[in-house]
Design a protein around this ligand. Structure first.
Ligand code: D54
Ligand code: ZN
Length: 278
């Protein structure tokens, strides 16, 4: 498992490119027939991907042992969004068919999870976030139609996009995890600009739906001390509460955001004026 410590903004601002990438970027989310897992000490979020191709991938008791409990979701909740071909997630014997751009929430207490693809030529790519949880809420599949969606931004500012909120209080109850998928329109390149921070929660962005020769310049850092990370297809960035999180692509792209913290109010953001960024 890849462990990322919490980091103070005074330390982060001194880092060079390689060190910034080591702290904040997750370069490989999907590996065939296995899961990847990054454990961040920031709000104890877990970030990873499951890509079953020829075989089934399991979250069994051995995974739980790595966290000092009997099984992974003993004291955690899980959110999954499939960005690949159609797949199946089995949760304690119950089968959930999860297609492209569909999500599954799994509540605390689920013991055996397995992931498989419907077709090895078109493997499912299950991106997931997990957060500590202290009560159990029902498992639920969320389709794109069931997500709460808003289209905003303008072609003139290259930021026309649709925010699809899959795992938010309007759609289903969770302990702290929220997740959604933001899709940029053709010709739109900017996400989350004007940008914001949120003192009361952290956030992870997972960028995908990009071709090989494109990149997103992801903006991070305190609003008056910005840095950037060069992000390529299917990579994720960890944002501490003190950091802005916005990006501009060399071409349109899609990304999944996931948030963990004490507050699930989506609009609880500390907005930053573009004129005040440094
Ligand atoms: O706190 C909320 C998150 O940063 C994202 O939902 C923002 C986003 O998807 C966008 O503006 O495109
Ligand atoms: Zn945010």
């Amino acid at each position: 498992m890849d462990v990322r410590q919490s980091i103070h903004s005074d330390h982060a601002k001194q880092l060079d490119t390689a060190a910034l990438r080591r702290e904040f970027l997750i370069e490989k989310i999907f590996e065939a027939d296995t899961y990847t897992l990054t454990y961040s000490h920031i709000d104890r979020i877990i970030i990873g991907g499951v890509m079953p191709v020829k075989s089934t991938v399991n979250f069994g008791d051995e995974l739980g042992k790595q966290f000092g409990v009997s099984y992974f979701l003993e004291r955690r909740e899980l959110g999954v969004i499939n960005v690949g071909g159609p797949g199946v997630i089995e949760v304690d014997g119950k089968t959930w068919e999860i297609g492209n751009q569909e999500a599954l929430y799994v509540g605390k207490g689920a013991r055996n999870l397995s992931f498989r693809s419907a077709n090895p030529d078109q493997p499912a790519k299950f991106y997931y976030n997990s957060a500590p949880a202290h009560s159990t809420f029902p498992d639920k599949k969320i389709t794109l139609q069931e997500a709460s969606s808003t289209t905003l931004g303008d072609a003139a500012t290259s930021n026309r996009r649709t925010i699809n909120k899959f795992i938010v209080p309007d759609v289903l109850p969770t302990c702290q995890l929220t997740m959604g998928l933001t899709k940029l329109e053709e010709g739109s390149l900017w996400n989350t600009m004007p940008c914001h921070t949120h003192e009361r929660r952290m956030e992870v962005y997972f960028y995908f739906d990009m071709s090989e020769e494109t990149a997103v310049f992801h903006m991070m850092g305190k609003p008056q001390e910005t840095r950037h990370l060069l992000v390529h297809n299917e990579q994720a960035v960890i944002s501490p509460s003190w950091s802005i999180h916005a990006g501009v692509g060399t071409q349109r792209y899609t990304f999944i955001w996931g948030m963990v913290g004490e507050n699930q109010v989506f609009d609880d953001m500390d907005h930053v004026k573009i004129s005040e960024l440094r």
